[in-house]
Design a protein around this ligand. Structure first.
Ligand SMILES: [Zn+2]
Length: 104
């Protein structure tokens, strides 16, 4: 899955190639291709710290999206976010009721 970045210059979201490199050079985690091109033309480079933070944020967002997608469909669309009640355990099924049935 590709990482989605938010351009710090124009605020737009963009998806650089998975290998983080454009045909004409490395992709920036802080600027979209358009802004990166403009910055490069101005002779500016991305802040390495900002780039690291942006990369970490994009990875975290990706992990969040992956977690959202793996959630069961039944849990979606409900206001209640608590985990649903688990199915009856074996212990619950073989409780006093079952014993009484055997005795009777
Ligand atoms: Zn931009």
């Amino acid at each position: 899955m590709r990482l989605v970045f938010e351009c710090v210059e124009c605020g737009g979201h963009y998806l650089p190639p998975e290998n983080m490199s454009y045909p004409d050079g490395p992709a920036s985690p802080v600027w979209c291709s358009a802004c990166q091109g403009a910055k490069r033309a101005e002779g500016l480079r991305e802040d390495p710290l900002l780039a690291r933070v942006a990369l970490a944020a994009a990875r975290a967002a990706l992990a969040r999206r992956a977690a959202d997608q793996s959630e069961p469909v039944a849990a979606q669309g409900r206001g209640d976010v608590r985990p649903s009640r688990p199915p009856l355990s074996r212990r619950a099924r073989s409780g006093p009721g079952g014993v009484r049935g055997k005795l009777g």
